[in-house]
Design a protein around this ligand. Structure first.
Ligand SMILES: Nc1ncnc2c1ncn2[C@@H]1O[C@H](COP(=O)(O)OP(=O)(O)O)[C@@H](O)[C@H]1O
Ligand SMILES: [Mg+2]
Length: 258
């Protein structure tokens, strides 16, 4: 049995579409009969609630795995959705894990060690990172094979990107030498805005083939679906948002074969 590919969805900017992309890609891959684990590594728990998990009802989540060595398989949840994914939920407690990890030896390798024993059980493991470059994100990058970077086409996008790329570089140097950039994904693309195209051109110039050809449009269905505890693919499969993420999953799988 092959080991799962682990993809960290990261960008230290908030509100760029990390969670939306993690959940939608996870479900789009599950729809293609892939076995997918979604790890919610953000204390805000948006990926957990967005898949219909009521985080107030659960007793064990990623925090307990980080700090009490509870195996991930003991915190797995299967949301009640048509296309089955498995979720490692998180909650606000996870914010404390960063502090608690700090004095520990090998503190960057905790998530990697937690994922090792379950890698054979999945085809893809997708980690939704928090909007920071702190220890939770560093743990995700250390555990991952690749990083998927969602970004919004706005004026300061490139600045933040330089910082992220430099973090990826230092993780590569010291912690995970095989880490690579899976791709940059343009999200909330607004065709009516000229600046969008300028920023997209700039990103393309710098990153060329690393930019996914699939672009995620701004689509109200994508912002509505989390409050229904559903991915956009369940909520409205005909929407432009759902179609875009299904297309992204196809492009993503094709990249693995290339
Ligand atoms: N393509 C999109 N079109 C419209 N709204 C979107 C889109 N992608 C994300 N959103 C909304 O924007 C907000 C931020 O997205 P989110 O995925 O939570 O970002 P992040 O995880 O990077 O903070 C959320 O309210 C989400 O529903
Ligand atoms: Mg998020």
């Amino acid at each position: 049995m092959q080991n799962a590919k682990i993809v960290a969805v990261a960008n230290q900017k908030g509100g760029v579409g990390k969670t939306t992309s993690s959940v939608s890609l996870a479900v789009a891959l599950a729809r293609k009969k892939k076995r997918v684990l979604l790890v919610d590594s953000d204390p805000q728990g948006n990926a957990s609630t967005g898949t219909g998990i009521n985080i107030r009802d659960i007793k064990k989540h990623l925090y307990h795995s980080y700090t009490e060595e509870t195996p991930l398989s003991a915190v797995f949840l299967t949301p009640d959705s048509k296309w089955k994914i498995t979720v490692v939920p998180s909650s606000i407690d996870l914010a404390a894990a960063e502090m608690e990890l700090f004095p520990r030896e090998e503190r960057e390798f905790v998530l990697k060690k937690l994922l090792d024993p379950i890698r054979q059980d999945f085809d893809y493991i997708i980690i939704d990172c928090p909007p920071s470059l702190g220890l939770l994100t560093v743990n995700s990058l250390t555990a991952a094979d690749s990083v998927l970077i969602p970004m919004q086409c706005e004026y300061f996008a490139m600045e933040g990107l330089a910082q992220l790329v430099s973090t990826i570089r230092s993780v590569k140097k010291g912690l995970n030498k095989n880490l690579y950039i899976e791709g940059l994904l343009l999200t909330m693309f607004d065709k009516r805005n000229r600046l969008t195209f300028q920023v997209a051109d700039e990103i393309k110039k710098h990153f060329g083939e690393q930019l996914f050809k699939t672009v995620i449009p701004r689509n109200v269905r994508l912002s509505e679906c989390p409050s229904h505890g559903q991915s956009v693919i369940e909520y409205d499969i005909k929407s432009t948002g759902a179609k875009a993420y299904i297309k992204l999953a196809n492009e993503f799988i094709k990249r693995q074969a290339a």
